[in-house]
Design a protein around this ligand. Structure first.
Ligand SMILES: C[S@@+](CC[C@H](N)C(=O)[O-])C[C@H]1O[C@@H](n2cnc3c(N)ncnc32)[C@H](O)[C@@H]1O
Length: 270
């Protein structure tokens, strides 16, 4: 992990919301919201909310009396989530590190975290915090991406970047979003945080983008991968993005394009 791996600020949140959310995050948000609906919770905490794709899915899937608290380390991500959610007091927003949650013990029936736990330097601490704020019998539902090769756009993008920077490829994608997929490790770390039982479902979807440039713009400018690229080629992020988009055309065509994505959805019981 590098110092910029969890830094979703500056222009990243807007690119993230515009390009990455519809391409890869929306279908999983609907899935987790439906799992939460079936639990019939009164109080739900979301950790690593980002720009709020799961928050919006929860607000539409869960009854109007369900209290939703949405939190994230990076306030600029939450700012977009708040703006997209619109007026009303349905959601309580809170800037918070998932490893040090500013909430009382046993305050929630469910904790949800979509594609966030891989960003915690100390996973067991993050899991222990989720467990602490859950009521007995409460559920912690979170998702992680599967390994890179089971996610097509990002595999080809990483190959293109490795060819452009052969001496020192930018490895953010392998290191962070696609670096925490080993189910044995996840199970062991949940046990270390005292979760009693867990189940995992592997869920496939197809991601869609209008063009390779849209897809690559999402990954390169809508995530800390851009910080990795800027370190190697200062001031060249836009031209690197265009070059990588050309490389993706060889595999996916000019667009619209589609590629397989795979994630694991974990449910742990307190
Ligand atoms: C890939 S995004 C996922 C966002 C959102 N859940 C979604 O599905 O679009 C990862 C999020 O984790 C947040 N994050 C990184 N480190 C964190 C931490 N220690 N505690 C809470 N959130 C964190 C980032 O700010 C970012 O919004």
């Amino acid at each position: 992990m590098t110092t910029t791996d969890s830094v979703f600020v500056g222009s990243i949140p807007a690119y993230y919301e515009k390009f990455l959310v519809p391409m890869i995050f929306e279908p999983y948000a609907r899935d987790i919201a439906e799992r939460l609906r079936q639990l019939d919770p009164a109080d739900v905490l979301e950790v690593a909310t980002g720009t709020g794709v799961l928050t919006r899915a929860m607000a539409s899937a869960l009854g109007g009396d369900v209290r939703i608290t949405a939190s994230d380390l990076n306030q600029p991500m939450l700012d977009i989530a708040m703006e997209k959610q619109g007026a009303g007091n349905r959601i309580t927003w809170k800037q918070a590190d998932g490893q040090a949650l500013p909430f009382a013990d046993q305050a929630f029936d469910a904790v949800a975290c979509q594609f966030g736990v891989m960003f915690f330097p100390d996973k067991v601490k993050g899991y222990s915090e989720a467990r602490r704020v859950l009521r007995p019998g409460g559920r912690y539902i979170f998702s992680v991406w599967d390994k890179l090769e089971n996610n097509e756009f990002v595999t080809v993008l990483s190959q293109a970047l490795a060819e452009m920077f052969p001496a020192d490829p930018p490895h953010f994608m392998e290191r962070m979003p696609h670096g925490y997929w080993n189910l044995q490790t996840i199970g062991d770390e949940l046990k270390a945080a005292d979760f009693s039982s867990l189940s995992v479902e592997t869920v496939d979807h197809v991601s869609h983008a209008a063009s390779t440039l849209d897809a690559v713009t999402g990954y390169c400018m809508g995530s800390p991968l851009g910080n990795d690229i800027e370190l190697r080629a200062p001031g060249e992020l836009a031209s690197v993005t265009r070059t990588v988009a050309k490389a993706l055309e060889k595999r996916f065509g000019q667009g619209p394009i589609e590629g397989k994505i795979r994630a694991h959805i974990v449910t742990a019981v307190r």
